[in-house]
Structures are given as C-alpha cells and as structure tokens.
Design a protein around this ligand. Structure first.
Ligand code: ASP
Ligand code: MG
Length: 625
C-alpha cells in the first residue's frame, strides 16, 4: 500500500491524512444494472492500481428510490417520515453490497458500510437531515487493511440515543460523498454520473450548449436551477466551505469532465459539517452611488439601450434592479462607484430624453440620483431554501430603524442599498446576527483571484418553475420588508428574486413603493393568500401575481469589474424582441424575468458565453419608438 501520513494544517482534531485518497461517487444510472456495477468495479480497481486509496459512495440502483416512494404511497397517502427513511435507505444497501461483491470478484478487497456503520451523524430530522459529523476511524482502519470501502450514500444516523436511520433528502448521495471527502481530507471527490459534466446551459433547450472545463463553487451555486440537476447544492456548499476539489464526469467514458473548484484559501475547521453558518460573509460597500431612471417605456430594448450607453462609457455598473411595471412604464435603478455618479447620471438623462413621448406614459422619464449610498450584502449557500435568512436580514436592519432603498437578491445573495451613514451600524448588526466575524467590501476580496482567463459569463440558466408576486404601495419606512418576508418565511416559502421598486408614490401623505418577488410556482397560492393578509395588516395596496414567467440568469465570476456584461444580456434579449419584466443582480449574476413563452428563446445561442466580453450589441434608443 503506497500511502503515507502527513500532518494536515487545517485540521485540529485529526492530524492524519491519507495520501492519494480519492472519494468516487456513482449515481443511480451508473449502478443501474449488474453490468454497470461490474463496470464501476473495474474503474474503481483501476484507480487503486494507479496507487490511490479509494472510498466509493453509491446511490440506489437506477430508479429504485422512486419505486420505493411509489410503494409507500400505495400503502399510505401520508407515510410517516421515520418509516420513509427506513424504507428509502434500503436502496443504497443493495448497491453497496453488490458493488463490494463485484470488487471482490475482481480480486480487489472491499467492504461495504451503511451510514450507521461508518458513523455519518446527522440531525434527527427524518427525510431531510443535515450531516453534523463523520467518524473516520472505522473507514481509516479498513483503508489501512488495503480495502476499498463502499459507503451507502444518502443516509446517516441521528445524533440521538436511539441511533435512528436518517436520509439527507433526494439527491443526497452527492452530499454524502463530498462530506466524506471533507472529513477524510481526500485529495479529490469524483462525482460519476450519466452526463459529461456541467454544461454552459440546458442542452435539451439549446443544442449548442458546451461542456465546461472548470467552474467555481460560487458560480455553481448561483446557477442553482441549471446546476442542481448535476450536483446537489448542499454538496457544492460543503466543497466550497472545506476546500474539497470536485470533478463531475461521465461514468461511461474516460473524458475528464468538469472541475468544480473551491476558491477558499482557508477551509473551515471541520465542525458541524453542514450546519456551519448559512451566511458566509457580510459585505458592505459605502462608496456607491444610486441612479434611477423612472417612467421609461415597458418594452424590449430599453434596458439594453441604457446599459449599452453606460458600457460605452466604460461605466462598471454594480447592482441593477427593475421591478414590475406600472401601467406601461418601468423604472430601472442601478449603482456605480461614487466617482462615476455624475457621468452615469448624465448618460441616464441623455438616454431618457431620447425615449418616446411622455404623453403615452403619463409622466416624463425622470432621473433620480443619490450620490452616496451603501450597499450591504449577505452571501452564503445556506441562504438557498431558507427563507428566514433574508427575512432576518431585513428584520435586523428594520430594528435599527434603517430604511431599505433598493433590494436585489439571488439564491445565494441578498443586497440592499441604505444611507451611507448607516453602513457601520448595519454591518456590525448583520455580522452579529449571522455569526460572521469579519466583513469585507466586496465579494472579490473573499475569493481567490485566478491566474488564468476567466470567462465573464460561465453559464446561462433558465427557470420555468417560478411565479411572480407583487405587493403594491408598501409604505417606505423601516421594517416593512422584514414584516412581509418574515410572514412568508414562517410558512417556509422560499423567495427567490426580491426587488423593491424605485418609484415612490404618495398615498395618503405617505411615500410608498412596490415590492415584487418570485416564488416556486407550487407555493404561489399559499403565498398569495398570505400576502393578501399581510397587505391588509400593513395597509398596503393590491397584491398581483403572474405565473406565466421564466427567469433567465447569466452567471460568471469574470463579470466582476467588467463593464458591459449586463448590457450584452439585455441587448441579446432586445434583439429577440423580448420584454424584460424584472431585473435583479448579484455581483456574479444577472437575472431577468420574461414571459414564460419567451424563456427558451431567451436562452438562444446569442446568450451563450461564446464571445462574451468582446463588445456589446448596440441598441439605439430611437429604434424603440
Ligand atoms: N437514491 C437517492 C435519491 O434517488 C439519493 C441519490 O441518488 O442521490 O434521491
Ligand atoms: Mg443525483
């Protein structure tokens, strides 16, 4: 056995690391038949022969888990979650034992272990448990004996006296594999699946989609709806936090696949593996200025024209928001560095004056400038699927009496602009609430700059499973967003894009704004009913909804500090005559809501990363008339 011992700098509790240790995970189709299991055994054996020590994690064979769910439903319309775990965990027990036998048949010593036998300790939450800790002693003992250890994915054991069987949620065996790689300090974690790796967009919709060589964990998380089909987001989160290097590749070929890299220079100490802070960082940038262009035509090409002009001036726009339209006009607001405020305002004013005649829209395009604002953001993979986090941010700021001006969110980021003078108080409070010890000014500071060329857009994602909701005339004072999103969070309704409009309307002597957001289409009815109650309680206006929407997002770390990327996306949409209904951004993502029927067109080749950054398509404002 060619393995050595080494003191690992990041691990305080355990100081032995096995050299050449690889965790290989095989999904359901990869172990879908006896032949496939034998092929997997061959691959594992080869990896050992190349001098590696191997831990294998497998899913249940083929569609086994679905079949088990089906069986349960035939017996009970509402089976209890404990028994579901008992049932579903059997799927992986079949594949681990068969794979071990297949390895032994090839002369490769192997042993299969269930989650309990390994000591994959989770919270006692049946069907959706998070991993707290993984005992490594038994694994290490078997590895030292020269065995391949085949571990059941997707399952664990509760941290209670009863040692209950738990499962991690559908698709959870990726998470098991990466957590094992983190706990064992493995050199890498290879996820073998039935696709070649991560593609730039959905190949079923855009045949030109290309395979990526590399993607960062941050980008993978922002591409949630595209990436989640390939990798469980919780696995990406663990990989990022603990610096696990991951590869997604096909189990059918020897192609290298896509590297999913962690940019963390200092991985976290292994403790409460999955329950580490939902918010990784608090960013605060007090050097921004806000420019808003109000009452512009709600038709294709407006955002493209405005941001095209800004890009021509090499203005690097940070946050962009466009909320739902009112009548037939829209407001678009963005932030730039303070030093660029005058130029940006001039560009917006000039652009606004070229737009169609005001009579049509009831008001003249108007430019609002606020030369000094602060942008505060919370960032973290733990925000995904946890609606209480955004609500908690709004609550914290509301409790301090801080008014939120712009709000823009993505799955892993919530940003608000506030008065620059409130920056320190806001940051301190957010760090305290989310247990973050340090804040920084930008996302850039917390990621490792790569020495090779990073594309400005890594991938494009389409999400058709969302619906839009808006609440009109929310009074413009601290605590309102907090109240609304706390109410939704209490019902466990995850909100995706939240946008607060910039247009203010006086109602009964009070300034009001609209707040729009998207939710999963299946949550729409509940969310809408709830919002109606909230609106009545707060004295807000009408609640509107639209389920025929599509959300298109471009994601790339390379768009940091590069002007014109959003402009390029808007121009590509304008060229297809697609109207943008909402815009929200994070530092590495731009998302647009468009009509559902136009979602697929919006993904067309002009949106693909090829040639991004080589300029932008120029849409002349007068062509909009
Ligand atoms: N077998 C489980 C499922 O189908 C876990 C997995 O495959 O990742 O969800
Ligand atoms: Mg899977």
């Amino acid at each position: 056995m060619g393995w050595r011992l080494l003191v690992h700098p990041f691990n305080s509790q355990q100081d032995l690391t096995i050299m050449g240790l690889i965790v290989q995970k095989f999904g359901g189709t990869s172990v879908g038949s006896v032949e496939r299991i034998q092929a997997v055994a061959q691959r594992v054996k080869q990896t050992v022969e190349q001098g590696n020590t191997v831990v294998v994690v497998v899913s249940a064979m083929g569609k086994t888990t679905d079949t088990l769910v089906q069986l349960a439903q035939e017996v009970s319309s509402n089976p209890c979650r404990r028994e579901m775990d008992m049932l579903l965990s059997t799927g992986e027990q079949v594949s681990i034992s068969l794979l071990s036998m297949a390895l032994q048949e090839l002369g490769q010593p192997a042993i299969s272990l269930t989650g309990v036998q390994v000591g994959i300790v989770t919270e006692p939450e049946h069907t959706r448990a998070r991993i707290l800790d993984i005992a490594t002693d038994r694994l290490e003992r078997h590895l030292q004996e020269g065995k391949v250890v085949v571990v059941a994915g997707f399952q664990g054991t509760s941290n209670t006296a009863d040692l209950e069987v738990t499962t991690l949620g559908r698709g959870g065996s990726d998470t098991s594999a990466v957590a094992l790689a983190a706990a064992l300090r493995a050199e890498k974690c290879e996820i073998y699946t039935d696709v070649a790796g991560v593609l730039t967009t959905d190949p079923r919709l855009v045949p030109e989609a290309q395979l990526m060589d590399e993607i960062t964990c941050e980008e993978m998380l922002e591409l949630a709806s595209l990436g989640a089909n390939v990798l469980h987001p919780r696995a990406v989160e663990i990989a990022r936090n603990y610096g696990v290097q991951m590869v997604v590749r096909s189990s059918w070929t020897d192609e290298p696949g896509t590297r999913v890299v962690s940019t963390r220079t200092q991985p976290e100490v292994l403790k409460d593996l999955e329950l580490s802070r939902p918010v990784d960082a608090v960013h605060c940038d007090r050097t921004q200025a806000k420019v808003a262009l109000l009452h512009v035509a709600d038709r294709p090409g407006v955002a493209a024209g405005l941001f095209g002009e800004l890009a021509h001036q090499r203005l690097d726009v940070d946050l962009i928001v466009q909320s739902i339209h009112e009548g037939n006009s829209n407001d678009i607001a963005f932030t730039v560095a303070q030093g660029c405020c005058n130029l940006a305002a001039a560009v917006a004013t000039a652009f606004g004056s070229m737009l169609p005649q005001p009579e049509q829209f009831g008001a003249t395009p108007e430019v609002l400038v606020e030369p000094q604002v602060a942008k505060v953001s919370i960032v973290g993979a733990g925000i995904i699927g946890r609606p209480q986090i955004a609500a908690q941010m709004f609550q914290t700021l509301g409790d301090l009496g801080i008014n939120l001006q712009m709000i823009s969110t993505s799955e892993v980021n919530v940003s608000c602009t506030i008065a620059a003078s409130e920056c320190d108080r806001a940051t301190a409070a957010l760090c305290e609430v989310f247990g973050v010890t340090q804040s920084s000014t930008s996302f850039k500071d917390s990621t490792l700059a790569s020495d090779h060329q990073i594309p400005s857009v890594r991938g494009v994602a389409l999400d058709l499973a969302q619906a839009q909701l808006a609440i009109r005339n929310v009074s413009d004072r601290p605590g309102m967003a907090a109240y609304i999103f706390q109410a939704l969070a209490k019902q466990n309704i995850s909100v995706d894009m939240i946008i607060q409009s910039q247009r203010s309307r006086p109602v009964a002597g009070m300034i009001t704004r609209d707040i729009a957001f998207t939710v999963a289409a299946m949550d729409l009815a509940v969310a809408q009913a709830l919002l109606q109650e909230v609106s009545a309680q707060l004295g807000c206006g009408e609640v509107t909804s639209n389920s025929a929407i599509a959300k298109v997002s471009i994601v790339g770390i390379g768009m940091l500090g590069q002007p014109g990327v959003a402009a390029h996306m808007f121009a590509a949409l304008a060229q297809q005559q697609i109207n943008i209904q909402m815009i929200a951004t994070s530092e590495i993502r731009v998302s647009c809501v468009v009509a559902e029927t136009e979602g697929v067109t919006a993904l067309q080749p002009s949106m693909l990363p090829l040639g991004w950054g080589n300029g932008w398509i120029n849409v002349q404002p007068h062509s909009l008339q």
